[in-house]
Design a protein around this ligand. Structure first.
Ligand code: SIN
Ligand code: MN
Length: 375
C-alpha cells in the first residue's frame, strides 16, 4: 500500500506523505523503561537538541512533496459551552520524582500568573480605552492571506494534517470563546500531576473534566467542584467539518488508504502554552475502552504561535517525527494512529497571525490548543 501511496504522491495527486509505521498506543501512560529514553524525557534541553538535529532532514522530505491545495472553509462561531480534555501524563512522571519527568518541574512558567486567579488568555483591555472593531481593510488583508495555502497532508495511516483549515475569523472567534469560558467557572488552571509537579501550560476542560492526577474523566473538578462548560456548538461544527474534509481527502488520496473513523466530540481539553510551555511525549488513552478500540480520532486545533509537534510509535524523542503546527492547522489522529506518542517540545514565539495579537483580539504570546475526543 505504501508503494501505491508513494506512486500517487508523485503523480498528479501531489499530496504530501510524511511517515509510515503504525503502532497503537494510547494516552499518557505506558512506560518504556529503557534508561536512555527515560533520561531523554527528563531533560527538556536534551529533547530540544534532538529535535533541532532532526529538523533539517524532516523539512527536506516535506519540501520534496507537493501539496494538494483545497480552498474553502469558513464558518461562524458563537457562544456558549465548555469542557476539557486529557493531556500528557507521562507515565514515569507518576512513578518518579517531578524533576525527572519531561515538562515537569516546579518552576512557574511565564503567563502562569493566573495561578492565583482565573487565567486570561488575552491581555485585558486597559480601562477607559475603547475597543475598536477590526477594519474592513484588516479583515480583507487577512482573508487574502488565509486563502493562500490551505492543504491536506497525509502524515501516516490514521493521521492527517489540515493546514490552515481554520480561517482567521474562526480563530478569532475561538480565542474569544475560550477566553470567555476560561475566565469563568471551570476555566483555566495550571494542572499538576500526582507527584505535585505542574504541567507547563494552563488547561480547561469542556464537556467532561479530565483529571491529570487520576487520569480519569469526571462530571466535575475534584479540586473546586466546578462543572466543565459544554463544548460550544460552533466548535462541534468545525470538528465535524474537519473530519469530513479528512474523509474526503483520504478517499481521493489512493485506494486502500485506512479511513479515519468518525466521531462526535463530548470532551475537549483546551491548553494554553506560554512561550516557554511544553508537553512531554504521551498517549491519549483515558477515553472509554470502546472509543479507544474503535480508534475514534483526536481532533486538535492549533491557534496562536506555532509549535513543534512530535509523534512516534514509541516514547522516544530520538525516534519521533516532527511537524510544525501553525495557527489554523487541524491535526487528526485516529485509527492506527490513535495511540501514537505525541508531545509539544517548544513554542515558536512571535509566529501568531497579526489578527490574533492586534489591539482587538490581544491573544497573549503563546499557543492555544483544543483537542476534541469522544469518550
Ligand atoms: C495534547 O496532546 O493534549 C495537546 C497537543 C498539542 O498541544 O498540540
Ligand atoms: Mn495528547
Amino acid at each position: 500500500m505504501l508503494r501505491a501511496l508513494n506512486a500517487t504522491s508523485s503523480s498528479s495527486f501531489s499530496k504530501l506523505f510524511v511517515s509510515h509505521s503504525t503502532l497503537l498506543c494510547f494516552f499518557h501512560l505506558s512506560i518504556s523503561s529503557n534508561s536512555k529514553k527515560m533520561e531523554e524525557h527528563r531533560t527538556p534541553s536534551a529533547v530540544q537538541t534532538n529535535i533541532e538535529s532532526r529538523s533539517g532532514r524532516q523539512s527536506a522530505s516535506l519540501s520534496k512533496s507537493s501539496l494538494k491545495t483545497k480552498v474553502g472553509q469558513s464558518s461562524s462561531l458563537s457562544p456558549s459551552r465548555r469542557s476539557r480534555s486529557p493531556q500528557s501524563v507521562e507515565s514515569q512522571r507518576m512513578q518518579t520524582s517531578p524533576k525527572r519527568a519531561i515538562g515537569a518541574s516546579q518552576e512557574k512558567s511565564p503567563g502562569s500568573e493566573s495561578e492565583e486567579g482565573p487565567f486570561d488568555i488575552c491581555i485585558p483591555a486597559i480601562k477607559g480605552l475603547v475597543k475598536l472593531n477590526k477594519s474592513i481593510l484588516v479583515l480583507n488583508r487577512e482573508k487574502r492571506k488565509e486563502l493562500k495555502c490551505p492543504a491536506e497532508q497525509y502524515l501516516r495511516p490514521g493521521m492527517v494534517l489540515l493546514k490552515k483549515f481554520l480561517g482567521h475569523m474562526d480563530q478569532v472567534k475561538i480565542v474569544n470563546k475560550c477566553r470567555e469560558l476560561g475566565i469563568g467557572s471551570g476555566g483555566f488552571y495550571r494542572p499538576g500531576y500526582r507527584d505535585g509537579a505542574k504541567l507547563h501550560l494552563q488547561m480547561m476542560c469542556l464537556g467532561k473534566d479530565w483529571n491529570p492526577e487520576s487520569r480519569l474523566y469526571d462530571k466535575s473538578r475534584s479540586f473546586d467542584g466546578a462543572v466543565p462548560p459544554e463544548i460550544p456548538e460552533e466548535l462541534r461544527k468545525l470538528v465535524d467539518r474537519a473530519l469530513n474534509t479528512s474523509h474526503k481527502f483520504l478517499r481521493e488520496l489512493a485506494e486502500n488508504v485506512e479511513e479515519i473513523p468518525n466521531m462526535s466530540p463530548d470532551i475537549c481539553v483546551v491548553n494554553f502554552y506560554s512561550n516557554s510551555g511544553r508537553l512531554g511525549l504521551h498517549q491519549d488513552r483515558d477515553e472509554s475502552e470502546e472509543s479507544l478500540k474503535k480508534g475514534l480520532p483526536v481532533v486538535s486545533f492549533s491557534i496562536g504561535d506555532s509549535a513543534e509537534f512530535l509523534y512516534s510509535d514509541v516514547r522516544d524523542v530520538d525516534k519521533a517525527k516532527k511537524v510544525m503546527l501553525e495557527s489554523g492547522d487541524v491535526l487528526i489522529f485516529g485509527g492506527h494512529a490513535r495511540h501514537i506518542f505525541h508531545g509539544v517540545p517548544c513554542i515558536k514565539p512571535n509566529t501568531a497571525p497579526e489578527i490574533l495579537v492586534d489591539e482587538t483580539t490581544k491573544l497573549r504570546p503563546g499557543r492555544l490548543n483544543l483537542t476534541f475526543r469522544q469518550y
